[in-house]
Design a protein around this ligand. Structure first.
Ligand SMILES: Nc1ncnc2c1ncn2[C@@H]1O[C@H](COP(=O)(O)OP(=O)(O)OP(=O)(O)O)[C@@H](O)[C@H]1O
Ligand SMILES: [Mg+2]
Length: 228
């Protein structure tokens, strides 16, 4: 199977004045095409740092990241912006939907930025909203949706430009148990359906149940791997 994400000896040191914080201490991981991998660990163990570096939002102090075989640590800012727009879909804890736009318009937005023609864009947005079970909520604004529904819109939006990689940071962080399960079930279905590869960061064991594999992070290192 094709390796979609690979990190080699990733280190991240944050410097705050004279204080150094070693957020990552040599992370090696590989994610294969179609896999959903969960990164679990206590608060401060480096989960968000790792995800942001994989998503090219942040740079490692040392080490390399390969996305679909390409060494992204070598790319310029401009090339990285292109790569993120084309290859990566992000889902955050707080959905970041635009409050003045409807669910449909929020899902359309990344496609507008990518220059997708209107008809194709509408078709894709409606298809994705149907996939996450929100075909009857398309014209609702975020404030007219429940927390779980908002996260489902955020998942649909992340998939808009058919990214090969989905990165999610505590995607159910704001949801109760029942909604977390529902959102993760849908997340898993759409990621598989779209042929994407996903890394989900969480400290919630319930969320990790939906992964194919779980990597446990402690103090910036992978200390255990569970295959499910
Ligand atoms: N921008 C920053 N500057 C300095 N230190 C940082 C910065 N971001 C994170 N850290 C530190 O790096 C370590 C790892 O942080 P990170 O956000 O990756 O943890 P996390 O596993 O995502 O935690 P949580 O579960 O609370 O979200 C922590 O000690 C944190 O305080
Ligand atoms: Mg975090």
């Amino acid at each position: 199977m094709e390796t979609i994400i690979e990190t080699i000896d990733l280190h991240k040191v944050y410097r705050l004045g004279r204080i150094e914080i070693h957020a990552l201490r040599g992370v090696n991981m590989k994610v294969k095409k179609g896999e959903i991998v969960c990164v679990m660990g206590p608060s401060g163990s480096g989960k968000t740092t790792l995800l942001n570096i994989i998503g090219t939002l942040d740079k490692p102090t040392k080490g390399k990241v390969f996305l679909e075989g390409q060494d992204v640590t070598k790319l310029s800012e401009k090339e990285l912006t292109q790569l993120r727009r084309k290859k990566i879909g992000f889902v955050f804890q707080f959905h970041n939907l635009l409050p003045v736009l409807t669910a449909l318009e929020n899902v359309e937005l990344p496609m507008i930025l990518a220059g997708v023609p209107r008809e194709e864009r509408l078709k894709r947005a409606k298809y994705l909203l149907k996939l996450v079970g929100l075909e009857d909520r398309m014209h609702h604004r975020p404030s007219e949706l429940s927390g779980g529904e908002q996260q489902r819109v955020a998942i649909a939006r992340a998939l808009a430009n058919k990214p090969s990689i989905i990165l999610a940071d505590e995607p159910t962080g704001e949801l109760d148990t029942e909604n977390s399960k529902k959102v993760m079930k849908i997340f898993r279905e759409v990621v598989i359906n779209e042929g994407a590869t996903a890394v989900v960061v969480t400290h919630n064991p319930l969320v990790a149940e939906f992964a194919h594999r779980i990597l446990h992070l402690r103090d910036g290192k992978i200390v255990k791997e569970e295959i499910r």
